[in-house]
Design a protein around this ligand. Structure first.
Ligand SMILES: [Zn+2]
Length: 160
């Protein structure tokens, strides 16, 4: 009887592990986008913001098609014009590691209102012609980059 219970328990554990793996891989295969997780990562990234001059912190988390997350924060400079936004930091980090396929980006800030990407970041995020989903903290709506920059500078503009 004891052996039976041990065997049964072991089989239940195996079965649960099997279910977990199936769920994990099906989520990965479907590239399900976890808005809350991405916003959480953006909030963590915000903590590293170097915003000595504006005191306005921004964090971003960019999700690749493969399920990896690249984060960024705003980095200011004494020469103000050299400041870079959190979204571009995340994007450039990912691209510098040969990532080219993106599905979503979450953005958060220390402000009380939702913080949307600036015009420069919208242009950068539209680089690979992917209609990336945009999650803006404190705004429940999901936006698409095509909505935020409908007439981006494109290869067509270069005559290509
Ligand atoms: Zn920006």
């Amino acid at each position: 009887m004891f052996n039976f219970i041990v065997r049964l328990t072991r089989n239940i554990i195996y079965f649960e592990q099997f279910l977990f793996l199936i769920t994990y891989f099906s989520l990965k295969m479907n590239h399900e986008i976890d808005r809350d997780l991405l916003l959480k990562e953006a909030r963590k990234a915000l903590e590293n913001a170097y915003s000595k001059y504006s005191k306005f912190k921004v964090g971003a988390a960019l999700l690749t098609k493969e399920g990896e997350i690249y984060t960024g924060c705003n980095i200011e400079n004494l020469s103000y014009g050299l400041t870079i936004c959190a979204e571009r930091v995340a994007f450039f980090k990912a691209v510098s590691e040969n990532k080219r396929n993106f599905v979503a980006i979450a953005i958060t800030s220390s402000g009380n209102e939702p913080t949307f990407p600036c015009g420069a970041c919208r242009q950068v995020l539209s680089e690979f012609h992917q209609n990336i989903e945009i999650f803006v903290d404190k705004d429940p709506k999901t936006y698409r980059i095509s909505e935020l920059i409908p007439y981006s500078f494109s290869e067509k503009s270069l005559g290509n």
